[in-house]
Design a binder for this molecule. Structure first.
Ligand code: CA
Length: 580
């Protein structure tokens, strides 16, 4: 093969340098114009925003390299590699709210130089109020790194600015009807439209495909988008969707009350979060895990530590195994005390009013109940590290955001615990559905997304992929399955063309637990939307924190279950098939 290796030597040095400079420029043809275009966005978009109140705080070009990310309770500060992109921060609908609070909906966009033509809207988390990083972290490379234009938002309140110690601190937004609506859903189309305008201005064309991806509160937002704003998105991924958030907050109080029954009466003081964290021991959890496995592991054809056939793993099936492990007189190891078993059964049955009417949903029996990701919510980690998240996150949300009228609570953990312990759930439940006192909508109307009506999504050809950990202690997979049953009843099988549900056995809330819990939701969703390949299963892998790192399994579209084929390597997905 002829080469031109000697070519440069025959060219005068100056000319060679000139050619090299031209070649270098050709390799990144748009860098300089893109940077200029980025920094001119405020001007080029002025007067062209879909919502006239929109303002840009900044639009700046960021070269490829490492961004230093601030830390959070789960992750220390760290560097993350980003491609060259235009970073935009803006806000819209700034206004004076109740209690002297000034609100706005802030948004954050990252528009990569090398664009794949797609838009990715990141869901929020918890009580929101954070701008988000607009990176789109997922199973592999971030969405930004994959070439998506990525948006995040604070949903209309700012934790740094909107905090009032006399009104539930950062949950003061619960005292403002519009801020509640923005938190639940109303901010989403406004930010989606602002992002679309910025994308058109920056790239000169609209995104070819738009996606919404979120988990937990972000999963609720994904469901809200699917049910209310489907015209804006081609593909939606809802993980562990908090689609019944206000009801789940009732369950959190019910759980606390149930486990508090186990606490000894302390002379002169009420129980505290350390007492609650000690209500069940690690040994107790192991007995529960063994009972669940004995009752249900083999239902899917293989005793492998994974209960894939969760529909058949009923309380009726697990109860005899728990009964067999009850402590006899004088026995204290390898058994569970009757009082503990009763408290656990009360929790697993879900919250009820005084007449026994369910207020939320039952919980699924799964070996992931014995993982940290389950107990850290329900009772707290050992030694109350962390303290029960059901108490420190759930109590104030129920009082201030999910009920009308809102009630301010003192933010210290002991006050939150006392509030949950003193609640009459049957009396507080109607406040979830109540309007009035300056609130034209109930909390349920604004901050839930549980409708089976997906006509809009279906009509526009959108796809909704829902996934949920079976051992999620915050939002019950049984509630999600009950919703799916309603969807199925409405569309009688046709739903498979536009919505699919993937329970993830062993998985806790959005992650953690003994699960094959690493899977690429975004890739599956993109293939469904753009190639029409509806996912019958998602390939998944167990991570380092599980008993079986590297194990692979198919996650099956409900109601199919991953069943062992009776032969082949039990560590490998190929030995399993999705069947009812
Ligand atoms: Ca099994």
């Amino acid at each position: 093969m002829k080469t031109n290796a000697s070519f440069p030597k025959k060219i005068p040095l100056l000319l060679w340098a000139l050619l090299a400079a031209v070649a270098a420029h050709a390799a990144e043809p748009a860098a300089a114009p893109q940077a200029a275009k980025c920094e001119a966005l405020a001007g080029s978009l002025a007067g062209h925003w879909p919502d006239a109140s929109t303002q840009l705080a900044s639009a700046r070009w960021i070269e490829a390299g490492a961004l230093q990310m601030p830390g959070n309770p789960w992750q220390p500060p760290h560097g993350i590699a980003v491609p060259a992109h235009c970073e935009v921060v803006g806000q819209l609908q700034e206004r004076e709210g109740t209690l002297g609070q000034r609100y706005a909906i802030r948004f954050h966009l990252r528009l990569p130089a090398t664009w794949n033509g797609r838009f990715y809207f990141m869901g929020g988390g918890g009580s929101n109020g954070e701008l988000g990083d607009a990176l789109g972290a997922g199973a592999g490379a971030t969405a930004l790194d994959q070439g998506f234009a990525v948006a995040s938002q604070d949903s209309g309140h700012d934790n740094a600015r909107n905090a009032d110690p006399a009104h539930a601190g950062q949950l003061v937004f619960g005292f403002d009807a519009q801020a509640r609506a923005n938190y639940g859903h109303a901010s989403l189309p406004l930010v989606a439209d602002a992002a679309a305008a910025a994308i058109r201005a920056f790239y000169g064309e609209p995104a070819r495909h738009s996606y919404f991806v979120g988990c937990s509160k972000g999963g609720e937002e994904a469901m809200a988008v699917a049910q209310r704003y489907a015209s804006r998105f081609d593909g939606i991924a809802a993980g562990a969707p908090g689609m019944s958030l206000p009801r789940a907050a009732l369950a959190e109080a019910w759980d606390t009350q149930s486990f508090a029954r186990l606490l000894p009466a302390h002379a002169g003081r009420p129980p505290d979060l350390s007492d609650l964290a000690g209500s069940l021991t690690e040994a107790d959890f192991q007995v529960v895990r063994e009972s669940v496995l004995a009752a249900c592991d083999a239902l899917d054809g293989l005793a492998d530590g994974i209960v894939a056939d969760t529909a058949r793993c009923s309380t009726r099936r697990v109860l005899p195994e728990l009964d067999r492990r009850q402590c006899h007189a004088g026995q204290s190891t390898d058994c569970i005390a009757t009082s503990k078993m009763d408290a656990l059964l009360r929790v697993m049955g879900g919250p009820r009013d005084a007449r026994g009417k369910p207020l939320y949903a039952e919980w699924a029996w799964d070996p992931g109940i014995a993982a940290m990701g389950w107990r850290s919510w329900k009772i707290g980690g050992p030694g109350a590290q962390p303290p029960a998240l059901n108490v420190v996150l759930g109590a104030a949300s129920l009082a201030s955001v999910f009920t009308t009228p809102p009630t301010p609570l003192a933010a210290d953990p002991q006050s939150l615990l006392q509030y949950q312990l003193g609640l009459d759930l049957g009396r507080v439940a109607p406040a979830i559905y109540a309007r009035g006192d300056g609130f034209p909508h109930s909390a349920w109307e604004d901050i839930s997304a549980r409708s089976p009506d997906l006509d809009g999504l279906r009509a526009r050809g959108g796809k909704l992929l829902v996934w949920h950990g079976v051992a999620d202690p915050v939002f019950s997979v049984r509630d999600t399955i009950a919703w799916w049953d309603e969807v199925h009843a409405r569309y009688r099988g046709a739903e498979q063309g536009f919505v699919r549900l993937f329970p993830v056995p062993g998985l806790n809330h959005c992650g953690g637990g003994p699960a094959a819990g690493d899977f690429d939701v975004l890739a599956a969703l993109v293939r469904w939307v753009e190639q029409g390949e509806a996912p019958a299963q998602l390939p998944a892998q167990a991570g380092q924190g599980t008993p079986w790192p590297g194990r692979t399994r198919p996650l099956c579209a409900w109601p199919a279950v991953a069943r062992y084929n009776g032969q082949g390597d039990i560590e490998h997905a190929a030995s399993f098939e999705c069947r009812n």
